[in-house]
Design a protein around this ligand. Structure first.
Ligand SMILES: Cc1cc2nc3c(=O)[nH]c(=O)nc-3n(C[C@H](O)[C@H](O)[C@H](O)COP(=O)(O)O)c2cc1C
Ligand SMILES: *[C@@H]1O[C@H](CO)[C@@H](O)[C@H](O)[C@H]1NC(C)=O
Ligand SMILES: *[C@@H]1O[C@H](CO)[C@@H](O)[C@H](O)[C@H]1NC(C)=O
Ligand SMILES: *[C@@H]1O[C@H](CO)[C@@H](O)[C@H](O)[C@H]1NC(C)=O
Ligand SMILES: *[C@@H]1O[C@H](CO)[C@@H](O)[C@H](O)[C@H]1NC(C)=O
Ligand SMILES: *[C@@H]1O[C@H](CO)[C@@H](O)[C@H](O)[C@H]1NC(C)=O
Length: 382
């Protein structure tokens, strides 16, 4: 397409005129704007995941809110994670019997049954939102039978989180590792004893995160050292535990291939919620790269993805490319300001959005969604 000087001029004016919206304006300000700071809106009147961000911003103190909210540097990746979904339009199909769609949400992750193809991504310091800290997340996940991934740097210990699980509840434990094999072995043994069913090894944070917003309040990354992380080390780690080790933080097709070659049972496409390297790609862009260059990867290992997911429609776009399950971080941390009930409501809202959006998209069976339901030419105006 040829762009004339006039349309280029119009483009820059249009771009300059469009402000970034942390949450789209859907009227929450009109309904709850008069609530005094430090109070939460009634939970039953929260209508979507973005509402939890608005509510937490009013309720938490600024350093606690900033720890959850911040992204790296100019936060271009943070914003891109949120905005990228809207650059790709659906290709809805009609005249499809979708009346059974809800029954197709349950899925398995590494052989474990869950009620929906989304999970709670590992986020440190749950105690900044609620005195019950990660208990709210583990109990909310149990009530709705979705997967929770506790973070190593959670407010509560691995053992305290395990103690809050229901009898059959499955969690996957996240870790950061330094190069101390003795400490790693002790940690892996602790995780096995806690009953976690997999280890999530975060590899996107080899160096400290460059976090401007957080630095103003001294609430930067909990993992600030330079870490030695290589494929050889990953292979050694696999010898140190009987648990599957999932790699979190894949951002290119080359590394997705490397993970398959190293025998990773699952990978998580993630730029850490835009908190580590600004200008790192969103997981939707990475999933698209894999779809175009090495689609077989989606069947060679289980591919999960997170970052910027706020709506059922966002989940559908990732699943359309072959992603098996989608993670959310901040929405659940903010929902946890209400404790377990808030986390449960967030899960219920997202389940319903996935089902009704899939229905309107003309998807009869969520497991059979494929890339034909999205137009993969980006709309550059957004
Ligand atoms: C407050 C906060 C703490 C986080 N802590 C960790 C962590 O300890 N380990 C980790 O692997 N990822 C961590 N992450 C990244 C999340 O696992 C996830 O990749 C990210 O939050 C997804 O983006 P979203 O918040 O837009 O959903 C953290 C994210 C946030 C927001
Ligand atoms: C998972 O679900 C399948 C199908 O419903 C069932 O056969 C299987 O026993 C379940 N597994 C567990 C561990 O509950
Ligand atoms: C903010 O809230 C957190 C969690 O309640 C608390 O630990 C912290 O001390 C508070 N910080 C300030 C500056 O009030
Ligand atoms: C490695 O970890 C072990 C167990 O925590 C500890 O005793 C030891 O001091 C650590 N070694 C180094 C070099 O830090
Ligand atoms: C893992 O253990 C197996 C069997 O003991 C051994 O053959 C292999 O070399 C080990 N791999 C690494 C990377 O340590
Ligand atoms: C994708 O799904 C549509 C609708 O179910 C179906 O008609 C089409 O054959 C599928 N395409 C592929 C490549 O499987």
């Amino acid at each position: 397409m040829r762009l004339s000087a006039l349309s280029l001029g119009f483009l820059s004016v249009a771009l300059a005129a469009r402000p970034f919206l942390n949450e789209a304006d859907t009227g929450i300000e009109d309904v709850f704007g008069a609530l005094p700071a430090g109070t939460l809106p009634e939970l039953s009147r929260i209508v979507g995941l973005s509402d939890f961000d608005w509510a937490a911003r009013r309720y938490l103190n600024i350093s606690a809110y900033t720890y959850y909210r911040n992204g790296a540097a100019g936060e271009w990746s943070y914003r891109n994670n949120l905005e990228v979904f809207h650059r790709f339009r659906f290709r809805p199909r009609v005249m499809v019997d979708i009346t059974n769609i809800e029954s197709t949400l349950p899925t398995t992750l590494l052989g474990h049954n869950f009620s929906a193809p989304f999970f709670i991504s590992p986020c440190a310091r749950g105690g900044l939102a609620h005195p019950e800290a990660e208990r709210g997340l583990v109990r909310g996940a149990a009530a709705e039978n979705i997967l929770y991934m506790p973070a190593l740097f959670a407010t509560l210990s691995i053992e305290d989180i395990a103690a809050a699980k229901t009898e059959d509840q499955v969690v996957f434990q996240q870790v950061y590792l330094d190069s101390n094999d003795t400490a790693t072995q002790l940690l892996f043994d602790r995780i096995e004893r806690s009953g976690a069913k997999a280890i999530i090894f975060t590899v996107d944070s080899a160096a400290d995160g460059n976090r401007h917003r957080a630095a103003r309040f001294g609430v930067g990354s909990a993992d600030s050292s330079y870490s030695l992380i290589t494929w050889d080390i990953y292979k050694q780690l696999q010898n140190m535990t009987s648990l599957p080790i999932i790699i979190k933080g894949i951002m290119s097709v080359e590394d997705a291939r490397g993970a398959v070659a190293a025998g990773a049972p699952a990978i998580i496409l993630s730029n850490h919620g835009g908190r580590q390297l600004d200008s790192s790609p969103s997981s939707l862009e990475v999933a698209l790269e894999i779809h175009e260059e090495a689609p077989e990867i989606f069947t060679q290992t289980e591919v999960y993805a997170d970052g910027g997911v706020r709506y059922g429609a966002d989940v559908l776009k990732l699943l359309a490319l072959g992603v098996r399950a989608v993670g959310l971080g901040r929405p659940f941390m903010f929902a946890n300001a209400y404790g377990a009930e808030g986390v449960q409501r967030a899960i219920q809202l997202l389940k319903r959005e996935i089902a009704i959006d899939a229905g309107n998209l003309g998807v009869a069976d969520l497991k059979a969604i494929n890339s034909s339901f999205v137009k993969w030419t980006p709309n550059l105006w957004l």
